[in-house]
Design a protein around this ligand. Structure first.
Ligand code: BGC
Length: 344
């Protein structure tokens, strides 16, 4: 197991650091302190050929431009909060509006756009990086000083563990996620439509045209959202006006459990996702339109990557029937997500 650290740029007087992790099978994960970002992930195919399976940029500057959260840590609140407001403890809090009247992915300057403290960590079978960030009271409108930690660990079982911790000094809302765009075919295929996806979720949270949940929970049976048996992402995508951008209610609520499995038939690469979170946002890269040129100058067109974002449900602060996202002083928010790689 190896870890290497270097400084690649300066941002507001602080060093932008890259950490390269590698395990004995050659899996390589590159992390950056700006946004606590996963910059690249090199994984072998069935012939042992390594390729980067995530979308992103070749240089730090790319991440400062038009960046739809490539590989980022998203917070304080992943996905949307309707009307960019919530009431907590009898008081109304107004959040940054960065998507029409709504709040998306933590606001104008969410956790994806801040510099995290970073340092290497390791144990007998893994190497990684611990990122920490103190989000001050009032940031993007949220109450409470929120102390956050995200630890990425790569181990010899070809797993990348993402462990989240947060504490606050006043009641607030927290919903942290990871926002990598994956294409398990690497650069061999322009889109992810042939990837076979399984999501262990019998239900989802329907949403309105602005992607704010209506508050209902419905069955996936009989809809294009039924991924209980594996199916190609592209098979029924055309039945949805805008493609997939839905929060699935995972069958397992509580405890680390398999949430999704993705197979890329040509390369044989398989990604399994385990999480302790109750929800999973499946986004099929609908808003990518070819204007972004990413790694190797490659234009990222519609469906060139997919995201599977373990999270609490969107707009939970305004939906008391959803699992709560309230964190109080003295409590510890904890969450774990594992990406596991294998071949078939
Ligand atoms: C959301 C999409 C959004 C994308 C990039 C995803 O998490 O579900 O609606 O366009 O992030 O912002």
């Amino acid at each position: 197991m190896k870890i290497e650290e270097r400084t690649v740029a300066e941002y507001h007087g602080r060093p932008v650091k890259i950490f390269d992790l590698e395990n004995e099978h050659g899996l390589k994960a590159r992390l950056m302190n700006y946004g606590a970002t996963l910059v690249s992930l090199l994984v072998p195919d069935r012939a042992g050929h390594l390729e980067d399976i995530t979308l992103g940029y070749d240089s730090f500057e790319g991440y400062l431009g038009n960046n739809p959260y490539f590989g980022a840590t998203v917070g304080r609140f992943a996905n949307r909060i309707g009307g960019a407001r919530f009431v907590l403890g009898g008081r109304e809090y107004l959040l940054a509006r960065n998507e029409g009247p709504n709040h998306l992915h933590g606001g104008l300057k969410g956790f994806d756009k801040v510099m995290w403290e970073a340092g290497p960590v390791s144990d007998s079978h893994s190497v990684g990086v611990r990122f920490s960030y103190l989000s001050p009271d009032g940031e993007e409108g949220y109450p409470g000083n929120l102390d956050c930690q995200v630890t990425y660990l790569l181990n010899e079982n070809d797993e990348l563990h993402l462990a989240y911790l947060a504490t606050t000094d006043r009641p607030t809302h927290v919903n942290l996620t990871h926002h990598s765009y994956f294409n398990l075919a690497g650069s061999r295929k322009e889109n992810i439509l042939e990837h076979e996806l399984q999501i262990i979720a019998s239900r989802f949270t329907p949403a309105d045209e602005h992607l704010i949940p209506t508050g209902e929970i419905k069955e996936v049976a009989g809809t294009p959202l039924d991924f209980l048996k594996p199916q190609a992402i592209g098979r029924r995508l055309g039945e949805l006006a805008a493609g997939y951008d839905h929060n699935f209610v995972l069958d397992s609520q509580g405890g680390l459990a398999l949430a999704a499995r993705v197979v890329e038939p040509e390369s044989g690469r398989v990604m399994e996702l385990y999480t302790t979170e109750p929800g999973l946002q499946f986004y099929s890269g609908n808003f990518l339109d070819g204007t972004i040129r990413g790694k190797g100058g490659r234009p990222y067109g519609r469906h060139s990557g997919f995201c599977l974002e373990p999270q609490h449900f969107p707009d939970s602060p305004n939906k008391p029937q959803f699992p709560t996202t309230v964190l109080k002083a003295g409590e510890i928010f904890k969450s774990l997500t594992v990406f596991k790689f294998l071949v078939v």
